[in-house]
Design a binder for this molecule. Structure first.
Ligand SMILES: C[S@@+](CC[C@H](N)C(=O)[O-])C[C@H]1O[C@@H](n2cnc3c(N)ncnc32)[C@H](O)[C@@H]1O
Length: 501
């Protein structure tokens, strides 16, 4: 079951206040990279709209032939026997089964999975603990999501008599409030985890990891391995007594987008230093270019108190909020359609740079897309890419890194990957130029020495990732590449020394 390393109790203290509810502080000084928690999930659930096998979590359209209610793929012989048995005991008619099967890609299956935890003696303590988690029931009551869960989760469970037959851990009958509570607990507390298929995602609920508060400038990093075990570790030195924070959203989103996700999904207003600063710590990740002050470098930012978009140099220069939201929506759509096409992406970047700061989060999204296409071009030897392609990728990586250094100052997976991409491309370009006799061996040595420093820094950050993750695997191959690089450097040094002597 949910194994928790002893370190959590030793290093962390649970507290509670009006603003954060329950939260965790460091009991002792913690060093960068130090693990606080290793924990198995209580439940793993598909995202709404997906149907996944209850055993292996692959996408599937089939159901368990015995209980007929939980999804089971054709490759799996069965799912949890206790759950299967309990669902068979409900003795639902074909018609009732059909109603629930038709709703299988709504919240019916997650609601059932949570209710089943309370049905067995062995998992009841987990159910009890889950029930203590934050749910924001009152704030959610009557909202769109409440109505959706009412219509697509509670109503079918009620109409088929399932709620009458299942009992919550307290022995009380299951009612709509309990179903809404459980689904609210999922919305507020789950972590996104990798699904078995490439690029897919699902949700995992963790007992202790759900206790950490949020900051857009977190001091913790999380990693979830292939066994769906979460590891939580310090991303910088933390002093005893500091509140421990993870980031519930992506640090590469702008203030408004992150705050919207936190408000609608988690029901709170973030008050971290980045959220309080319209320039986002000077990164300008949400800033527009002021056409009135373009030559003097004026940027239009959103004032937190008034919500108005005003130029920092000349407050009379403003943008209408509707213009901002329409423009951003259009830009997102255009980025989506340009994905994978380097010419469209570059053209879009030029077009958007007339309106948006170079660090605007949508510009960064475009740059990440460009870097990913350039990676594919450079990996494909048949393309024999020109020096310009390498140089473009290097510049894009450098621009991303400048922002990441501010918004993710400690150990960061994103930063490690960007740094590795930069080091790798720089080394490749140096080798190419040397082989084409455009660079001397001394210049090559200088370049490789620089990339070795970057590679070691990237590796230092990725070494904290569990082995059974793509990043863990990446760190293994980076280690091999680093050794090869160090070998090359040694050989070059020896041959340069020979020439000097
Ligand atoms: C995953 S739970 C964290 C544990 C929760 N505080 C509890 O008592 O169980 C997320 C909830 O904690 C609260 N929270 C977390 N970080 C916060 C922050 N920076 N400011 C205000 N509330 C926060 C919000 O109520 C949020 O919905």
């Amino acid at each position: 079951m949910a194994a928790v390393s002893d370190d959590f109790a030793k290093k962390c203290e649970l507290k509670q206040n009006e603003t954060l509810g329950r939260f965790v502080v460091a009991r002792c000084d913690l060093s960068a990279g130090e693990t606080l928690l290793l924990e198995q999930s209580i439940v793993v659930l598909p995202h709404i709209g997906d149907r996944r096998c209850s055993k292996c979590f692959k996408l599937t359209a089939t159901f368990c032939g015995k209980c007929r209610l939980l999804s089971l793929c054709e490759d799996c012989a069965g799912h949890d026997e206790r759950d299967c048995q309990r669902l068979r005991e409900l003795q639902l008619s074909d018609e009732q089964v059909q109603i629930l099967q038709e709703k299988a890609n709504t919240e019916v299956q997650p609601a059932l999975a949570c209710l089943l935890l309370g049905e067995h003696q062995h998992s009841r303590p987990l159910f009890e603990e889950m029930s203590q988690m934050e749910t924001h029931l009152e704030a959610r009551r009557g909202t769109e999501i409440w109505k959706r869960y009412q219509a697509h989760a509670y109503a079918p469970l009620e109409a088929t008599g399932v709620v009458k037959q299942l009992h919550s851990a307290s022995g009380n009958a299951v009612d709509e409030i309990l179903v809404q509570r459980l689904l609210g607990i999922l919305d507020v507390n789950v972590y996104e985890i990798r699904a078995p298929e490439q690029g897919g995602a699902m949700r995992g609920l963790y007992r202790r990891a759900a206790l950490f508060a949020h900051s857009c400038m977190p001091n913790l990093e999380t990693a979830i391995d292939d066994e769906r075990r979460i590891k939580v570790f310090a991303n910088r030195q933390i002093a005893a007594g500091e509140i421990l924070y993870i980031c519930y959203t992506s640090v590469l989103l702008g203030n408004e987008e992150r705050r919207h996700i936190l408000k609608t999904g988690k029901c709170f207003d973030c008050s971290c230093a980045r959220c309080q600063d319209p320039t986002e710590l000077g990164t300008h990740m949400s800033s527009f270019i002021c056409s009135g002050c373009a030559c003097s470098g004026g940027y239009i930012v959103r004032q937190l108190e008034t919500g108005t978009w005003q130029c920092l140099l000349n407050p009379e220069h403003t943008l209408k909020p509707e213009f901002v939201s329409n423009m951003l929506e259009r830009a997102k759509e255009e980025i989506f359609h340009a994905r994978g096409d380097i010419y469209r992406l570059e053209l879009l970047l030029v077009k958007m740079s007339r309106l948006l700061h170079g660090n605007h989060y949508l510009m960064l999204d475009l740059k990440q897309n460009i870097a990913s296409v350039l990676r594919q071009i450079l990996q494909n030897m048949a393309h024999s890419p020109s020096r310009k392609v390498y140089e473009r990728k290097i510049r894009v990586c450098q621009e991303l890194l400048l922002v990441l250094k501010v918004v993710a100052p400690g150990i960061s997976r994103l930063k490690a990957i960007a740094l590795y991409e930069l080091a790798n491309t720089q080394a490749e370009l140096a080798r190419k130029l040397y082989s084409e006799q455009e660079q001397s061996s001394r210049e090559l040595l200088g370049e490789l020495n620089q990339t070795e420093i970057m590679m070691r820094e990237a590796l230092r950050m990725l070494l904290f990732e569990p082995v059974a993750t793509p990043e863990g695997q990446m760190s293994r191959s980076m280690l091999r590449e680093l050794k090869e690089l160090q070998n090359d450097i040694k050989l070059l040094q020896d041959s340069n020394d020979d020439i000097v002597n």
